[in-house]
Write a protein that binds this ligand. Structure first.
Ligand code: HGY
Ligand code: MN
Ligand code: MN
Length: 345
């Protein structure tokens, strides 16, 4: 089926293991070019805004009505999964095409740079272009909850807040062979202790998480005592209180990052009703991953997310990320019904 062929075509971009469409790379651009072509083939009017976000519109007969958007992102993490991002864009395209032209303008969007801080959707909400009356993002759950519950679809009630900061530790470069162990200031050993302390601090705060994903050692010689180490810290929690508690506990700046966002009740209800109309009990859950829907929601756009079950224990940001074809098709049906419902108000 077309959606699976298109998912595979996007997944193959960049070669290597997994999805390789890093933000700003030729791979992300190639994905935008492909999707733009598919939108034009389907008769959509394509806008590329000044942040290079892609907005494909199926114009309605009532331009006075607020637009209704569905979509997600096309960039990926290195060796990412097949669905993270593209499922929301291609699922939106399938759903909007099925609905076809009507009174309200429907749009399918692909935001830039979601994996590097939602740079595209942040730019969009910062006055570079008009915003929709409502936004629905279909996304793979990227966690184990739906699989554990044995349900194929879920509706997101809130998106965690997060802060990403970099820590630099300075030691003293030295000769690996001639410097006695009691006369060293090894930046990597100190960094290692800090990383474990970060892990332990996160474990002590309910539903908070912290991850060191990138660590750089300088000067980086096999026989050189590290003089400097820098590493990234990704800290998340369901509310600002817990986020700041964890940031303070690990010596990072508090009060910064992306605020936790609550999804819009009306849009959440439309997603729930659509799921229920497919004889699936809608499971409500928070999102531990950040999403463009969180940026739009924080900017006042009524938004909600429809999750499709992750299999393989919920693994994501990995080639092992997986949802069944059956669940994906069910999710597109639910997205279509959600948009029909929201479009009829
Ligand atoms: O990192 C995240 O939460 C998302 O996958 N960008
Ligand atoms: Mn994503
Ligand atoms: Mn992601």
């Amino acid at each position: 089926m077309r959606i699976f062929e298109r998912l595979d075509e996007l997944y193959a971009i960049g070669g290597g293991q997994g999805a390789n469409r890093r933000s700003g790379s030729a791979g992300e651009q190639r994905a935008h070019d492909l999707v733009s072509g598919w939108l034009e083939e389907a008769g959509f009017e394509v806008e590329r805004d000044s942040a290079a976000n892609l907005i494909g519109r199926l114009r309605g007969t009532r331009p006075d009505l607020p637009e209704l958007w569905a979509g997600s992102h096309l960039d990926s993490v290195p060796e990412g999964g097949r669905l993270d991002g593209p499922l929301g864009v291609l699922g939106g395209l399938e759903a909007v095409e099925r609905i076809g032209p009507g009174e309200r303008t429907l749009a399918v969007v692909a935001f830039r740079g979601e994996e590097v801080g939602c740079i595209g959707s942040r730019a969009r909400v910062a006055e570079i272009g008009e915003l929709p009356g409502a936004f629905v993002e279909l996304h793979i759950e990227q966690g184990p909850r739906l699989e554990h519950a044995g349900v194929p679809l879920g509706v997101v009630t809130a998106i965690v807040g997060y802060s990403r900061q970099t820590v630099t530790i300075t030691g003293r470069v030295g000769h690996a062979g001639t410097t006695p162990m009691d006369n060293r200031d090894d930046a990597l050993c100190e960094a290692a202790e800090r990383v474990l302390a970060i892990r332990n601090a996160a474990r002590a705060i309910p539903e908070a998480v912290a991850t060191v994903g990138v660590l750089t050692v300088a000067p980086g010689g096999v026989n050189v005592i590290p003089g400097s180490v820098s590493f990234t810290v990704d800290v998340r929690a369901p509310d600002r209180g817990r986020l700041d508690r964890l940031l303070a506990a690990i010596g990072l700046e508090t009060g910064v990052g992306v605020e936790p966002t609550v999804m819009d009740a009306t849009v959440v209800d439309a997603v729930k009703a659509a799921i229920a109309s497919l004889d699936v009990t809608p499971l409500e859950l928070p999102s531990g991953a950040g999403h463009d829907a969180g940026i739009l929601a924080a900017a006042g756009v009524p938004s909600a997310m429809l999750f499709v079950r992750s299999l393989n224990g919920g693994v994501s940001h990995s080639p092992a990320e997986h949802s069944s074809d059956e669940d994906i098709l069910l999710a597109v049906d639910a997205l279509e019904r959600t948009l029909r419902d929201l479009g009829s108000v």
